[in-house]
Design a protein around this ligand. Structure first.
Ligand code: 3PG
Length: 207
C-alpha cells in the first residue's frame, strides 16, 4: 500500500474515468501517458469498465485502479482485470474487508467523522473525501483533520485546475481525483489529443 500511496502522492492527480466503450481505453491510456499522467480510476459506472481496465493494463507504465465499486463481486472483477487499487464513493464494509484481506489498497469514500472512524477500524490511511466541493471542500477537510490528524485525504468531486492547488497545499491531502481532463464527452468524441493537452496542463500546474 505504501508504495502505491507514494506513487499517487507523487503524481498528485487521479483522473476519474467513465468509459462507455472499451475500445477507447487504449487511446485514452496513451493520451494520459503522453500527457505525463499515467494513472486512472476507471469507474464501474459502465459495462465497459472491466474490459477498459484490461486494455489499460497492457500499458505497463499505467497505474490502473477501479472506482465506484459497490459490491465484492465488482471488486473481484476489477482485481481480476488488473486493477491495483479500489475506490468507493462511500464506505462499504464488505468491499473494504475484501480489499484489506487481499492486501488491495482501497480508498473508501467518506465525508463525515463517523465514516472516518470506520476507516480507522481497518487502519486505512487514506480516505476519498467525496463529493468534496459539495461537502464543504477544503474547510471541511481542515475541520476533520483536527480530530483525525493522521488521516490523509484524496478529495474528489468538483475539483479542477481552478481549485486543485488550494487542496494540494494542505499537508493531509495526498492527491486529488478529478475528471476535468478526461470528461466523458472528450472520450466519446475521441478527442484524445485534447485529453493529452489537458493532462499535460494539469501535470504542469501541480509541479
Ligand atoms: C467521482 O466519482 O469521483 C466524481 O464523479 C469525479 O468528480 P468530478 O467529475 O467533479 O471531477
Amino acid at each position: 500500500m505504501k508504495n502505491l500511496l507514494n506513487q499517487i502522492a507523487e503524481i498528485k492527480i487521479v483522473p476519474v474515468i467513465k468509459i462507455d466503450n472499451a475500445a477507447d481505453a487504449a487511446p485514452l491510456a496513451k493520451a494520459l501517458i503522453a500527457g505525463g499522467l499515467p494513472v486512472a480510476e476507471v469507474t464501474f459506472r459502465t459495462e465497459a469498465a472491466e474490459e477498459a481496465i484490461r486494455e489499460m493494463k497492457k500499458f505497463p507504465e499505467m497505474l490502473v485502479g477501479a472506482g465506484t465499486i459497490t459490491s465484492v463481486e465488482q471488486a473481484k472483477k476489477a482485481c481480476d482485470a488488473g486493477a491495483v487499487f479500489l475506490v468507493t464513493a462511500g464506505f462499504n464494509r464488505a468491499v473494504t474487508e475484501f480489499a484489506v484481506e487481499n492486501n488491495i489498497p482501497i480508498f473508501p469514500g467518506v465525508c463525515t467523522p463517523t465514516e472516518i472512524m470506520y476507516l480507522l477500524e481497518y487502519n486505512l490511511p487514506v480516505a476519498k473525501f467525496f463529493p468534496a466541493e459539495q461537502y464543504g471542500g477544503l474547510s471541511t477537510i481542515k475541520a476533520l483533520s483536527g480530530p483525525f490528524p493522521n488521516m490523509k485525504f484524496m478529495p474528489t468531486g468538483g475539483i479542477s485546475d481552478k481549485n486543485i492547488l488550494d487542496y494540494l497545499a494542505n499537508p493531509q491531502i495526498i492527491a486529488c481525483g478529478g475528471s476535468w481532463m478526461v470528461k466523458d464527452s472528450l472520450i466519446n468524441n475521441h478527442q484524445f489529443d485534447e485529453i493529452q493537452r489537458l493532462a499535460a496542463d494539469a501535470v504542469q500546474l501541480v509541479k
